[in-house]
Structures are given as C-alpha cells and as structure tokens.
Design a binder for this molecule. Structure first.
Ligand code: NAD
Length: 265
C-alpha cells in the first residue's frame, strides 16, 4: 500500500514556506512531480522553480473549495493523476482563552480543520477511485498533548486533525490509500507570520522539545510516507509525554505544573 514516490504526483498545500516547502523538496528529490500550492502565489512559484524537475505552482487558499478544485484539475491536466495529498496549512490565535474572540476561533477552524475537510472532499474521490494513494495531514505535538493552553484554537484543531487522521486511516487503508499524521514539535520556519496575538502573553510552559530544521522534517516525512507510517514525531521526546498522558490523564494534568514549571520569557 505504500506510495512509490518515484514518478508519483503530489499536491502540497502551504508549500511556499517552512515544512511544506521542505516536504516538496524531499518529494522532488525522490522523483515526485509536485504541485506546489500556497495562499501566497509568489512563494509557490518560487518553490516550484527551486525544485528543478517537473513541478507546477498554483495559488490556493484552503478556505476556498474552488481553489482546491482548480488545483486538482491542474494536477490532472498537467500530470494525469494525483497520488499524494499533503494538507499542511496551519495558523494560530495565541493568548489567554478569555481574550481570543469568536471570529479568531472561526478563522483557525476554517483554515486548520475545514481546510482539510475541503481537501478530502476534492481529492479523496480520486484516490478511492484509483484504489491507491496517500494523504498526509500536518498536525502538531500540540494535537497530542495539552500544553497549548495559550493557543486553544490551535490546540483544539490540531487534536481534531489527529483524531480525523486516525479514523481516516481505518477507513482508507482497506481501500488502498495510506494516511500519515505528521506531528512536528518546534521547527524553524516562518510560522510566526501565521500568528494573531490577543491579550497579555503568558510565560511559556510545557515540554521544551528541541527545535529542528525544516529540511530534516521533509526527509522524515518522505521516508515515513514511503514506509507507510502513520504517526511521525519530529521530537521523539514527545512519545514519553504521550505515554505519561495515556497512562493516567488525571495524574498527568495534576502534575503538569511541577513537571513543567513556567519558563522565563
Ligand atoms: N513550525 C513549527 O514549529 C510547527 C510545529 C508544529 C506544527 N507545525 C505545523 O506545520 C504546518 C506548516 O507550518 P510552517 O511552520 O511550515 O509555517 P510557515 O508559516 O513557514 O508556512 C505556512 C505556509 O502556509 C501558507 N498559508 C497560510 N494560510 C493559508 C491558506 N489559507 N491557504 C493556503 N496556504 C496558506 C503561508 O502563506 C505559508 O507559506 C502548519 O500546519 C503548522 O501548524 C509547525
């Protein structure tokens, strides 16, 4: 069931920067033809140009289903098929929960969660018809663990993406389509551009996972897709936290403040 990236066709959203860009590069290094999409058309064009081999750029806002339809049609017109869909866009609203307004929640849900729902509606019929392919959803360790209480819309949507991805894997795998849920911890990217801040910032608290470069995440992902792995963590330390959480949620939550004291800002 694993996807042979050589000669495959991949669509990557939010591929103009950071993890999406690095994934596009890692796929292209393995011979994949990549449709590089981003809200920022200029960035998408620049990344497609960097890839060298067969690649095409398209503007695509994941809050607009018509953009995703146009990307699907471009991929089919140019390359004849789609094998891999990477749903990678994520934005944040950061601040105390009482200061984050409803419209900020709606925006984060529209991009982070409904963006993937729209992509599924557009691309899954193709993959199911083929009986082959692979879906990658970029979630976060903040979708597995509860430390993101200073960015609740992000935490909630990334948890939703993990659950959606797990259930989707159970549905799609018997139909020949693989699913990978990429859960990065800290990655050096331009993600700060995607943050809307509200209220007074709280001092950072939670596991201090190491920050890695985007290129290594692209490589981890391309290998993980080739091996048809479901959960990919960029910080193996997150697995220890996940085990502690899973062993006893009540204990984990009550011990969180002593286990992870606030760090100076
Ligand atoms: N960087 C990290 O530390 C980190 C950690 C965990 C998870 N992630 C996740 O990785 C994914 C990629 O983030 P990144 O760090 O590479 O960020 P980035 O800001 O470097 O790249 C994100 C790209 O998404 C594009 N984008 C924003 N809104 C869009 C929309 N509506 N439609 C289409 N494109 C849009 C931006 O133009 C940008 O090019 C996100 O889902 C993020 O939540 C990042």
């Amino acid at each position: 069931m694993s996807v042979d990236l050589h000669d495959a066709v991949a669509v990557v959203t939010g591929a103009g920067s950071g993890i999406g860009r690095a994934a596009a590069h890692a796929f292209a290094r393995r011979g994949t033809r990549v449709v590089v999409t981003d809200l920022d058309a200029e960035r998408a064009r620049a990344v497609a140009g960097e890839l060298g081999g067969p690649a095409v750029a398209a503007p695509c806002d994941v809050t607009r289903v018509e953009d995703l339809v146009a990307v699907r049609d471009l991929a089919l017109g140019r390359f004849g098929r789609v094998d891999l869909v990477m749903n990678n866009v994520g934005i944040l609203a950061v601040g105390p929960v009482e200061d984050i307004p409803l419209d900020a929640w709606q925006r984060v849900i529209d991009v982070n969660l409904l963006g993937v729902v729209r992509s599924n509606l557009v691309f899954l019929p193709l993959l199911l018809e083929q009986g082959s392919g692979h879906v990658v959803n970029t979630a976060s360790t903040a979708g597995l663990l509860p430390y993101g209480f200073d960015r609740l819309p992000y935490t909630a949507t990334k948890h939703a993406l993990v659950g959606l991805s797990e259930a989707l894997a159970l549905y799609l795998r018997p139909r020949g389509v693989g699913v990978t849920c990429l859960c990065p911890a800290g990655v050096a990217t331009n993600i700060v551009e995607q943050i809307a801040f509200y209220g007074e910032p709280a001092p950072p608290q939670g596991p201090a996972f190491p920050v890695v470069d985007a290129e290594s995440v692209g490589e981890l992902l391309a290998d993980g897709v080739s091996e048809d792995r479901f959960l990919l963590l960029t910080a193996p330390e997150a697995a220890d936290e996940l085990r502690a959480l899973g062993a006893d949620v009540d204990l984990y939550l009550s011990q969180f403040p002593s286990r992870h004291p606030s760090r100076p800002t």
